[in-house]
Design a binder for this molecule. Structure first.
Ligand code: GAR
Length: 221
C-alpha cells in the first residue's frame, strides 16, 4: 500500500504545524501521499522535532552554509533525491526557490500561504490584511513558480476578520484552516484532480464540488 503513495518532501523553516497536518494526514487510511523526508534550512526549527517524533528522516540544509543559492539548492535537491521524493511541499519554508530548482519538479511543488492570494503575498500577510481592513481573510495552496506566492492556485479557505482581531488572533484562525486545507490540496494534486497546465490550474471534470478546492465559513465541509 505505502509503495503506491506519492512520496512528499516537506521543506520547513519554523514551527512546522502544517508539516504536522501532513504527517497526521499521512497516517490516515486512504490518504494518497506520505511524508518521505523533511528538510529544514534552519537548524533549530521545531519542525525537525516533529519529523523525528513521527519517524520521518529529518535533514538540515542550512542556506548559510553555502557560498551561493545554486549550491544551497543543489544540496536541497540531493537530500530530496536521496529520499526518493516525488512531490515537494513548502510548509513555512522561508526561502525563494529558483526556476532552475523548480524545473526538477515541474507541477509538483506546492506552497501554503496565509492569505487569499493574489492579495497580500510575501511576509506578514496577516498584518497586511489587518492594515487594509479586509473583512474576509484566509489561506491558499498553490503551485510554486519562481515568483513570490504567485503560482496558480489549487485551493483556498476563507475565514472572517473580526473587529477585535490582532495579528495573533487572525493568524491562529487562519492557521486552523491551513491545517485542513493543505492535506486537501495535496490530495487533489497527487491524485491528478487539480494539475498545473502552463501558468494555470486545470480541474478534473470528474471532481465533485464537495471535494473541491474552496473552503469558506458558509461552504459545505
Ligand atoms: C504558516 O502560516 C504558513 O502559511 C506561512 O508560515 C506559517 C508557517 O507555520 N508561510 C508563509 O508565510 C510563506 N509565504 P508552520 O511552520 O507552523 O507550518
Amino acid at each position: 500500500m505505502s509503495g503506491q503513495r506519492a512520496r512528499l518532501g516537506v521543506l520547513v523553516s519554523g514551527s512546522g504545524s502544517n508539516l504536522q497536518a501532513l504527517l497526521d494526514a499521512s497516517g490516515q487510511e486512504g490518504f494518497p501521499a506520505e511524508v518521505a523526508c523533511v528538510v529544514s534550512n534552519v537548524p533549530t526549527a521545531f519542525a525537525l522535532e516533529r519529523a523525528r517524533k513521527a519517524g520521518v528522516p529529518a535533514v538540515v540544509v542550512d542556506h548559510k552554509a553555502y557560498a551561493s543559492k545554486a549550491d544551497f539548492e543543489k544540496a536541497l535537491l540531493e537530500a530530496l533525491r536521496a529520499a526518493g521524493v516525488e512531490w515537494v511541499c513548502l510548509a513555512g519554508f522561508m526561502r525563494l526557490l529558483s526556476a532552475d530548482f523548480l524545473a526538477h519538479y515541474t507541477g509538483r511543488v506546492l506552497n501554503i500561504h496565509p492569505s487569499l492570494l493574489p492579495a497580500f503575498p510575501g511576509l506578514h500577510a496577516q498584518r497586511q490584511a489587518l492594515e487594509r481592513g479586509v473583512k474576509v481573510a484566509g489561506c491558499t495552496v498553490h503551485f510554486v513558480d519562481a515568483g513570490t506566492d504567485t503560482g496558480p492556485i489549487i485551493a483556498q479557505a476563507a475565514v472572517p476578520v473580526l473587529p477585535d482581531d490582532d495579528e495573533k488572533s487572525l493568524s491562529a484562525r487562519i492557521l486552523t484552516e491551513e491545517h485542513r486545507l493543505y492535506p486537501l490540496a495535496v490530495r487533489l494534486a497527487v491524485s491528478g484532480k487539480v494539475t498545473l497546465d502552463g501558468t494555470r490550474t486545470r480541474v478534473d471534470a470528474q471532481a465533485t464540488v464537495g471535494e473541491l478546492s474552496l473552503r469558506s465559513p458558509g461552504a459545505p465541509r
